[in-house]
Design a protein. Structure first.
Length: 275
Protein backbone atom coordinates (compact mmCIF):
# COMPACT_ATOMS: atom_id res chain seq x y z
CA UNK A 1 0.00 0.00 0.00
CA UNK A 2 2.80 2.39 0.93
CA UNK A 3 4.60 1.52 -2.30
CA UNK A 4 1.62 2.65 -4.35
CA UNK A 5 1.38 5.87 -2.42
CA UNK A 6 5.09 6.62 -2.85
CA UNK A 7 5.41 5.75 -6.53
CA UNK A 8 2.21 7.30 -7.85
CA UNK A 9 3.43 10.92 -7.62
CA UNK A 10 6.73 9.92 -9.21
CA UNK A 11 4.95 8.29 -12.10
CA UNK A 12 2.70 11.31 -12.49
CA UNK A 13 5.68 13.66 -12.54
CA UNK A 14 7.42 11.49 -15.12
CA UNK A 15 4.38 11.59 -17.39
CA UNK A 16 4.05 15.35 -17.02
CA UNK A 17 7.68 15.93 -17.96
CA UNK A 18 7.61 13.66 -21.00
CA UNK A 19 4.19 14.66 -22.37
CA UNK A 20 4.43 17.07 -25.31
CA UNK A 21 3.20 20.63 -24.90
CA UNK A 22 -0.18 20.81 -26.67
CA UNK A 23 -0.27 24.60 -26.83
CA UNK A 24 1.06 25.03 -30.41
CA UNK A 25 -1.39 22.42 -31.65
CA UNK A 26 -4.24 24.16 -29.83
CA UNK A 27 -3.25 27.45 -31.41
CA UNK A 28 -3.24 25.93 -34.90
CA UNK A 29 -6.55 24.13 -34.38
CA UNK A 30 -8.39 27.13 -32.97
CA UNK A 31 -6.84 29.52 -35.51
CA UNK A 32 -8.07 27.33 -38.36
CA UNK A 33 -11.54 27.20 -36.80
CA UNK A 34 -11.63 31.00 -36.59
CA UNK A 35 -10.26 31.26 -40.13
CA UNK A 36 -13.26 29.19 -41.23
CA UNK A 37 -15.50 31.69 -39.43
CA UNK A 38 -13.85 34.49 -41.39
CA UNK A 39 -14.42 32.64 -44.67
CA UNK A 40 -18.09 32.08 -43.87
CA UNK A 41 -18.46 35.77 -43.04
CA UNK A 42 -16.89 36.72 -46.37
CA UNK A 43 -19.11 34.27 -48.25
CA UNK A 44 -22.24 35.78 -46.68
CA UNK A 45 -21.20 39.37 -47.47
CA UNK A 46 -19.92 39.26 -51.07
CA UNK A 47 -20.14 43.07 -51.33
CA UNK A 48 -17.08 43.16 -49.07
CA UNK A 49 -15.08 41.76 -52.01
CA UNK A 50 -15.65 44.78 -54.27
CA UNK A 51 -12.19 46.15 -53.54
CA UNK A 52 -10.51 42.94 -54.72
CA UNK A 53 -12.75 42.32 -57.75
CA UNK A 54 -13.84 45.68 -59.16
CA UNK A 55 -10.77 47.75 -58.25
CA UNK A 56 -8.24 45.89 -60.45
CA UNK A 57 -10.70 46.01 -63.34
CA UNK A 58 -11.10 49.79 -63.04
CA UNK A 59 -7.38 50.40 -62.59
CA UNK A 60 -6.44 48.33 -65.63
CA UNK A 61 -9.06 49.90 -67.89
CA UNK A 62 -8.31 53.48 -66.81
CA UNK A 63 -4.53 53.31 -66.84
CA UNK A 64 -4.19 51.17 -69.98
CA UNK A 65 -6.62 53.05 -72.22
CA UNK A 66 -6.09 56.55 -70.81
CA UNK A 67 -2.32 56.55 -70.22
CA UNK A 68 -1.10 53.54 -72.22
CA UNK A 69 -0.63 55.37 -75.50
CA UNK A 70 1.13 58.31 -73.87
CA UNK A 71 3.40 56.25 -71.61
CA UNK A 72 4.31 53.28 -73.79
CA UNK A 73 3.02 54.25 -77.24
CA UNK A 74 0.92 51.08 -77.32
CA UNK A 75 -1.94 50.02 -75.07
CA UNK A 76 -1.00 46.36 -75.49
CA UNK A 77 2.63 46.92 -74.53
CA UNK A 78 1.59 48.97 -71.54
CA UNK A 79 -0.90 46.29 -70.49
CA UNK A 80 1.90 43.71 -70.49
CA UNK A 81 4.02 46.04 -68.37
CA UNK A 82 1.26 47.29 -66.07
CA UNK A 83 -0.68 44.17 -65.06
CA UNK A 84 1.96 42.72 -62.68
CA UNK A 85 2.16 46.15 -61.02
CA UNK A 86 -1.61 46.45 -60.67
CA UNK A 87 -1.71 42.95 -59.18
CA UNK A 88 0.92 43.91 -56.61
CA UNK A 89 -0.77 47.22 -55.78
CA UNK A 90 -4.28 45.78 -55.48
CA UNK A 91 -3.21 42.82 -53.41
CA UNK A 92 -1.37 45.16 -51.03
CA UNK A 93 -4.31 47.55 -50.66
CA UNK A 94 -6.59 44.53 -50.25
CA UNK A 95 -4.76 43.75 -47.02
CA UNK A 96 -6.20 46.95 -45.50
CA UNK A 97 -9.60 45.29 -45.11
CA UNK A 98 -8.41 42.94 -42.37
CA UNK A 99 -7.50 45.90 -40.15
CA UNK A 100 -10.86 47.56 -40.76
CA UNK A 101 -12.75 44.33 -40.02
CA UNK A 102 -10.80 43.59 -36.83
CA UNK A 103 -11.34 47.11 -35.51
CA UNK A 104 -15.07 46.80 -36.23
CA UNK A 105 -15.29 43.42 -34.50
CA UNK A 106 -13.52 44.80 -31.43
CA UNK A 107 -15.92 47.76 -31.30
CA UNK A 108 -18.89 45.37 -31.48
CA UNK A 109 -17.58 43.30 -28.57
CA UNK A 110 -16.99 40.12 -30.56
CA UNK A 111 -13.47 39.77 -29.21
CA UNK A 112 -14.82 39.99 -25.68
CA UNK A 113 -16.67 36.78 -26.45
CA UNK A 114 -13.51 35.21 -27.81
CA UNK A 115 -11.73 36.11 -24.56
CA UNK A 116 -14.31 34.10 -22.59
CA UNK A 117 -13.63 30.98 -24.67
CA UNK A 118 -10.96 28.39 -23.72
CA UNK A 119 -8.73 29.24 -26.70
CA UNK A 120 -5.26 30.79 -27.00
CA UNK A 121 -5.56 34.56 -26.88
CA UNK A 122 -3.70 35.01 -30.17
CA UNK A 123 -5.95 32.58 -32.08
CA UNK A 124 -8.50 35.23 -33.21
CA UNK A 125 -5.79 37.34 -34.85
CA UNK A 126 -3.98 34.40 -36.46
CA UNK A 127 -7.30 32.99 -37.66
CA UNK A 128 -8.33 36.33 -39.17
CA UNK A 129 -5.05 36.59 -41.09
CA UNK A 130 -5.31 33.02 -42.39
CA UNK A 131 -8.93 33.52 -43.39
CA UNK A 132 -8.01 36.59 -45.44
CA UNK A 133 -6.01 34.44 -47.86
CA UNK A 134 -9.19 33.94 -49.90
CA UNK A 135 -9.27 37.68 -50.64
CA UNK A 136 -5.74 37.58 -52.02
CA UNK A 137 -6.53 34.58 -54.20
CA UNK A 138 -9.64 36.34 -55.53
CA UNK A 139 -7.76 39.52 -56.42
CA UNK A 140 -5.11 37.45 -58.22
CA UNK A 141 -7.68 35.54 -60.24
CA UNK A 142 -9.79 38.61 -61.06
CA UNK A 143 -6.76 40.65 -62.15
CA UNK A 144 -5.47 37.91 -64.45
CA UNK A 145 -8.96 37.26 -65.81
CA UNK A 146 -9.65 40.86 -66.82
CA UNK A 147 -6.09 41.12 -68.09
CA UNK A 148 -6.58 38.15 -70.41
CA UNK A 149 -9.84 39.64 -71.69
CA UNK A 150 -7.97 42.87 -72.46
CA UNK A 151 -5.15 40.99 -74.22
CA UNK A 152 -2.54 40.30 -71.53
CA UNK A 153 -0.55 37.10 -72.03
CA UNK A 154 1.91 35.33 -69.74
CA UNK A 155 5.14 34.80 -71.67
CA UNK A 156 6.78 32.20 -69.43
CA UNK A 157 5.57 28.74 -68.39
CA UNK A 158 2.81 27.59 -66.05
CA UNK A 159 5.22 26.86 -63.19
CA UNK A 160 6.63 30.40 -63.16
CA UNK A 161 3.16 31.90 -63.52
CA UNK A 162 1.92 30.00 -60.46
CA UNK A 163 5.08 30.97 -58.57
CA UNK A 164 4.40 34.64 -59.34
CA UNK A 165 0.82 34.36 -58.06
CA UNK A 166 1.92 32.56 -54.88
CA UNK A 167 4.62 35.14 -54.23
CA UNK A 168 2.06 37.96 -54.48
CA UNK A 169 -0.32 36.15 -52.11
CA UNK A 170 2.50 35.48 -49.64
CA UNK A 171 3.52 39.14 -49.72
CA UNK A 172 -0.03 40.28 -48.90
CA UNK A 173 -0.39 37.64 -46.19
CA UNK A 174 2.77 38.85 -44.45
CA UNK A 175 2.00 42.54 -45.00
CA UNK A 176 -1.47 42.07 -43.44
CA UNK A 177 0.13 42.06 -39.98
CA UNK A 178 0.72 45.81 -40.43
CA UNK A 179 -3.01 46.71 -40.69
CA UNK A 180 -3.66 44.26 -37.84
CA UNK A 181 -1.24 46.29 -35.72
CA UNK A 182 -2.82 49.58 -36.81
CA UNK A 183 -6.30 48.24 -35.95
CA UNK A 184 -5.12 47.61 -32.39
CA UNK A 185 -3.73 51.14 -32.04
CA UNK A 186 -6.43 53.41 -33.47
CA UNK A 187 -9.98 53.83 -32.24
CA UNK A 188 -12.16 53.64 -35.35
CA UNK A 189 -12.34 51.57 -38.53
CA UNK A 190 -12.20 54.78 -40.59
CA UNK A 191 -8.92 55.69 -38.93
CA UNK A 192 -7.49 52.29 -39.84
CA UNK A 193 -8.36 52.84 -43.49
CA UNK A 194 -6.96 56.37 -43.49
CA UNK A 195 -3.66 55.41 -41.85
CA UNK A 196 -3.16 52.39 -44.10
CA UNK A 197 -3.86 54.29 -47.32
CA UNK A 198 -1.36 56.92 -46.19
CA UNK A 199 1.22 54.12 -45.84
CA UNK A 200 0.37 52.01 -48.88
CA UNK A 201 -0.10 54.76 -51.49
CA UNK A 202 3.52 56.05 -51.34
CA UNK A 203 4.74 52.46 -51.64
CA UNK A 204 2.56 51.97 -54.72
CA UNK A 205 3.26 55.18 -56.62
CA UNK A 206 6.92 55.65 -55.65
CA UNK A 207 7.79 52.33 -57.26
CA UNK A 208 7.95 50.63 -60.66
CA UNK A 209 4.21 49.84 -60.71
CA UNK A 210 3.23 52.39 -63.38
CA UNK A 211 6.54 53.35 -65.00
CA UNK A 212 10.04 51.96 -65.12
CA UNK A 213 12.21 52.83 -62.15
CA UNK A 214 14.91 54.23 -64.48
CA UNK A 215 12.55 57.02 -65.60
CA UNK A 216 12.16 58.43 -62.09
CA UNK A 217 14.28 61.31 -60.71
CA UNK A 218 17.42 60.42 -58.85
CA UNK A 219 16.25 61.61 -55.44
CA UNK A 220 13.26 59.30 -55.70
CA UNK A 221 15.27 56.33 -56.96
CA UNK A 222 16.95 55.99 -53.58
CA UNK A 223 13.56 55.13 -52.07
CA UNK A 224 12.28 53.19 -55.08
CA UNK A 225 15.26 50.85 -55.06
CA UNK A 226 14.56 49.71 -51.49
CA UNK A 227 10.78 49.84 -51.75
CA UNK A 228 9.34 46.36 -51.05
CA UNK A 229 6.67 46.98 -53.70
CA UNK A 230 9.39 47.52 -56.30
CA UNK A 231 10.92 44.13 -55.56
CA UNK A 232 7.53 42.41 -55.63
CA UNK A 233 6.55 43.97 -58.97
CA UNK A 234 9.93 43.16 -60.54
CA UNK A 235 9.61 39.58 -59.28
CA UNK A 236 6.10 39.13 -60.67
CA UNK A 237 7.09 40.70 -64.00
CA UNK A 238 10.05 38.37 -64.26
CA UNK A 239 7.95 35.31 -63.45
CA UNK A 240 5.12 36.35 -65.79
CA UNK A 241 7.03 37.94 -68.67
CA UNK A 242 10.54 36.53 -68.44
CA UNK A 243 12.25 39.84 -67.66
CA UNK A 244 15.48 39.64 -65.61
CA UNK A 245 14.77 38.63 -62.03
CA UNK A 246 18.09 39.47 -60.42
CA UNK A 247 17.76 39.29 -56.65
CA UNK A 248 14.22 40.64 -56.57
CA UNK A 249 12.61 37.36 -55.49
CA UNK A 250 15.03 37.00 -52.60
CA UNK A 251 14.47 40.61 -51.57
CA UNK A 252 10.72 40.05 -51.67
CA UNK A 253 11.00 36.97 -49.47
CA UNK A 254 13.25 38.90 -47.10
CA UNK A 255 10.67 41.67 -46.85
CA UNK A 256 7.97 39.07 -46.16
CA UNK A 257 10.03 37.61 -43.33
CA UNK A 258 10.68 41.11 -42.00
CA UNK A 259 6.97 42.00 -42.00
CA UNK A 260 6.15 38.90 -39.94
CA UNK A 261 9.14 39.26 -37.62
CA UNK A 262 8.37 42.91 -36.81
CA UNK A 263 4.63 43.46 -37.11
CA UNK A 264 3.28 40.12 -35.89
CA UNK A 265 4.80 40.32 -32.36
CA UNK A 266 3.85 43.99 -32.09
CA UNK A 267 0.27 43.24 -33.18
CA UNK A 268 -0.09 40.37 -30.72
CA UNK A 269 1.32 42.50 -27.92
CA UNK A 270 -1.04 45.39 -28.73
CA UNK A 271 -3.94 42.91 -28.91
CA UNK A 272 -3.20 41.53 -25.44
CA UNK A 273 -3.13 45.06 -24.03
CA UNK A 274 -6.31 46.10 -25.80
CA UNK A 275 -8.45 43.04 -25.06
Amino acid sequence: MSTLIDTAPTKSRALSTTAPNPRPFRLVRHSLALAKRSLIKTWRTPEALIDVTLQPVLFLIIFVYVFGGAVAGSTHDYLQFLLPGILAQTIATGAIAIGVNLNTDIAKGIFDRFRSLPIPRSAPLVGAVLGDVVRYVIVTVSTLAIGYVMGFRIETDLFRAIAGCLLAVLFALCLSWLPVLVSMKVRTAGAVQGVMFALIMPLSFASNVFVGADTLPGWMRAFVDVNPMTHLVASVRGLFLGTPLGNHVWWTLAWCAGFVAVFMPLALRAYRKKI
